[in-house]
Design a protein around this ligand. Structure first.
Ligand SMILES: [Ca+2]
Ligand SMILES: [Ca+2]
Ligand SMILES: [Ca+2]
Ligand SMILES: [Ca+2]
Length: 316
């Protein structure tokens, strides 16, 4: 343990200073951890070779339990984390929080059916008590080229009440904000000429019909009275960009002289990226030589997934 940085700090304001010192240990671990099985969290480091691990068995959990979602009761197009927080009481027989030091720590020391043969443990301590609080936060985004905070059109700090096309999917999760079946990414074009020279389509957006509504929020981009999503003259595939009668002008939804309406019957699918941030806070842990009131175990790595959201159907 000689290479571990020990800080002996007495927090005068804490009544637990009954022996004169509270010992706070700074371990130079990364602020992320890993997980495997049902359910082991661990983090390791080298030079010196050490690990912390947290094995939770009562009640048993899986990663799937941590990232389980359910429909938001306030909006069927939204989801919420089913179990945003679990609290475990630690002891020496179940829900074990373990500190180990090694003379040699091989890669992947955890999560093996057969322990690595060159694992050489020189110290093995289990916390006599404490609690572990596991929290899951879900962050979702449509990755449509506009930052989520810029899709808060009414600037009230609530991303869920901005739904330009009223399809039930708020703009920050809607890859087609105006519901015209032309993706926001496609319509997010800098006006030409770029008069303010900042190349930012949000400050200088393309507005084909000049009605003051940028194309990515305008469901009739050319202002010809036919909704963009209904200008499906050549192929009915929920994609107005490939319906081009006159190549010199462009797609019919940007051509005021083409006003043939073939109604769309559905919205395009709405992929959404989900990132689950699982974090663990340990409190009142107690090893034979180490006491710690509070320890931020960090965040779980690699927790991004993809899903899709159902828009309300189009009724024409
Ligand atoms: Ca929407
Ligand atoms: Ca959007
Ligand atoms: Ca659109
Ligand atoms: Ca048109």
């Amino acid at each position: 343990m000689k290479n571990i940085v020990w800080l002996f700090i007495c927090f005068i304001s804490l009544s637990a200073c009954d022996d004169g010192d509270i010992i706070t240990v700074e371990f130079d671990f990364e602020d992320t951890f890993n997980a495997c099985g049902d359910l082991v969290f661990f983090k390791t480091k080298n030079n010196p070779d050490q690990s912390f691990s947290l094995q939770l068995t009562s009640p048993a959990l899986t990663i799937a339990d941590l990232v389980e979602t359910e429909t938001d009761p306030t909006n069927p197009s939204l989801v919420i984390v089913s179990n945003p927080e679990f609290t475990y009481t630690l002891n020496e027989t179940s829900n074990i929080f373990n500190f180990r030091a090694y003379s040699n720590l091989p890669d992947n020391p955890f999560c093996n059916d057969v322990p690595p043969s060159n694992l050489n443990v020189t110290q093995d301590d289990i916390s006599a008590g404490g609690t572990a609080v596991i929290s899951t936060v879900l962050i979702e985004d449509d990755n449509d080229g506009i930052a989520a905070e810029d899709e808060d059109l009414n600037n009230n700090g609530d991303l869920n009440d901005d739904d330009t096309d009223n399809d039930g999917i708020p703009n920050y999760l809607d890859i087609d904000d105006d519901g015209d079946n032309v993706l926001t990414q496609t319509e997010l074009v800098v006006l030409d000429p770029n008069t303010d020279n900042d190349d930012d389509p949000l400050t200088n957006p393309l507005d084909t019909d000049g009605d003051g509504i940028p194309n990515y929020l305008d469901n009739d981009d050319d202002g010809d009275g036919i909704a963009t999503r209904d200008e499906e003259n050549l192929s009915q595939d929920q994609n107005p960009t490939n319906d081009i009668t006159d190549n010199t002008v462009g797609p019919d939804y940007l051509n005021t002289t083409i006003t043939t309406a073939i109604a769309a019957t559905t919205y395009r699918t709405h992929p959404v990226q989900q990132e689950f941030i699982v974090s663990i806070i340990l409190e009142n842990i107690s090893f034979p030589t180490i006491s710690e009131d509070f320890m931020d175990f960090g965040r779980l790595t690699n927790s991004a997934t993809n899903t899709s959201r159902n828009a309300d159907p189009i009724f024409n």
